[in-house]
Design a protein around this ligand. Structure first.
Ligand code: AMP
Length: 420
């Protein structure tokens, strides 16, 4: 597809005997050093295995969490190295205690066929993100620190590039960030750069559904804030036949329509945005569906009674879409030829308010068309319900998938384009 024009695939690269820098997204959730979900690690394995099978020596790099200092043991990739070893028992995973420096260069040069070098967290260096850390007394001071960091970011990128001969990006979840390992280091590799299988798959499914969908094309949007997703919703209004809205964002839109949503979570400062979305939809061919009933309570806890209503009573807040809405949205989804879903329909972390989100996931599995789940909470939800293998694609990237759907260029992808 056009989005991949000018980008080499890992299979187009000469890997034999070469050290291959593989930027992956191993930003996995950790609980006291234990990985609670290894989805992102498993997703990167086909690329790593292909590189090894074709004589390449993978130098694998990722960020993890938001460390504020170097080192930050709680954000070490060591547990990831252990998990990667378990997933690849026939390979030897060597963990580098740093991500740059002479010692790591030496380790990369000593790599033997079948071995994998996993670098320590890229974000131990503020140069990775290019955002200065620490406190500043004035805007001028901050601007000066940012400028200085821009220079040291180039050096950091060069040090990363010294670890390999070929560059492969398989970190879709980070492609919306122009970070050192995603963009700044890439030009050092000339034309020896390309995308891994996961990145290719993400772009293929997300790109196809947005730029060349089969109709009816339905989007399901949920989550907390309409202001976070305005660009995406506006872009989807131009492409979709129907958009089903749920989650707290539905209450901001209902409120903008003049509906009394009592104590539901409403973004008061986003009223103008909400009104412009409603206007845009009214003047388009896209039908914007809002919940017709709600599971409500007067407090978000496990004991306060909840009930289903069509009109809100005083003090009630909407915490999930009701059964009529589930039925309505489910029917729309089942009839679609393409579905894109992002964001939960309610406070799905609490089982009392998860039914709306479960109903959407189930309807996606019952749809015969192409069904794509954007990353973030909806991806976590569909996997939590054990339905992820019954949809066409579950994206590994939350922000990146939304930016792609919105039609924005992703810096991590653009850096891979030859002559681009
Ligand atoms: P987002 O990150 O924008 O996709 O939002 C996900 C969050 O929205 C989840 O943590 C949900 O608990 C929350 N959420 C969904 N529906 C509601 C609701 N009706 N009221 C409050 N929070 C909600």
């Amino acid at each position: 597809m056009a989005y991949l024009d000018g980008i080499k695939r890992v299979e187009d690269l000469d890997l034999d005997g070469k050290r291959v820098f593989v930027r992956v997204d191993f930003n996995v959730p950790l609980d006291n050093g234990v990985i609670t979900d290894d989805f992102r690690i498993r997703q990167a394995i086909p690329t790593i295995q292909y590189i090894i099978r074709n004589g390449g020596l993978p130098v694998v790099a990722s960020h993890l969490g938001r460390p504020k200092a170097n080192p930050s043991p709680e954000f070490s990739l060591k547990p990831v190295a252990e998990r990667l070893s378990e997933l690849l028992p026939e390979r030897e995973v060597i963990f580098a205690e740093d991500c740059i420096g002479d010692g790591v260069v030496e380790q990369s040069k000593r790599l033997e066929p079948g071995q994998i070098l996993l670098l320590e967290n890229l974000r131990f260096y503020e140069e990775e993100e290019g955002k200065p850390r620490g406190k500043f007394n004035s805007d001028e001071e901050k601007a000066a620190a940012k400028k200085a960091l821009k220079e040291s970011q180039k050096k950091f990128a060069e040090s990363l590039a010294a670890l390999a001969d070929v560059y492969v990006n398989d970190a879709f979840g980070t492609c919306h960030r122009a970070h050192a390992s995603m963009a700044t280091m890439v030009p050092f590799f000339g034309e020896n750069k390309g995308c891994g299988y996961l990145l290719e798959k993400e772009i293929k499914f997300l790109g196809n559904i947005v730029y060349d969908p089969e109709h009816p094309f339905v989007a399901v949007m949920g989550g907390a804030k309409v202001s976070d997703k305005i660009g995406v919703i506006e872009s989807l209004i131009e492409k979709c036949d129907q958009i089903c809205i749920g989650g707290a964002m539905a209450y901001t839109l209902l409120s903008a329509k003049g509906v009394d949503v009592a104590s539901s979570r409403v973004e008061k400062e986003a009223m103008d945005i909400a009104k412009s979305i409603l206007d845009k939809a009214a003047n388009s061919k896209c039908e914007l569906l809002l919940p017709v009933d709600h599971v409500v309570s007067t407090a978000l806890d496990d004991t306060t009674p909840c009930e289903t209503v069509e009109a809100f009573g005083a003090g009630q807040m909407g915490l999930d879409v009701g059964p009529k809405t589930r039925e309505l949205y489910g029917n729309v989804i089942r009839k679609a030829k393409s579905v894109f879903w992002n964001g939960p329909m309610g406070v799905f972390e609490n089982p009392r308010y998860a039914d709306g989100t479960i109903a959407i996931a189930k309807a996606m599995t019952e749809c015969a068309g192409t069904t794509v789940v954007g990353g973030g909470d909806s991806a976590a939800a569909i996997r939590q319900f054990g339905m992820d293998d019954k949809v066409t694609h579950v994206s590994t990237g939350g922000g990146a998938s939304l930016e792609l759907v919105e039609g924005k260029a992703l810096p991590g992808v653009e850096a891979l384009r030859i002559n681009g």
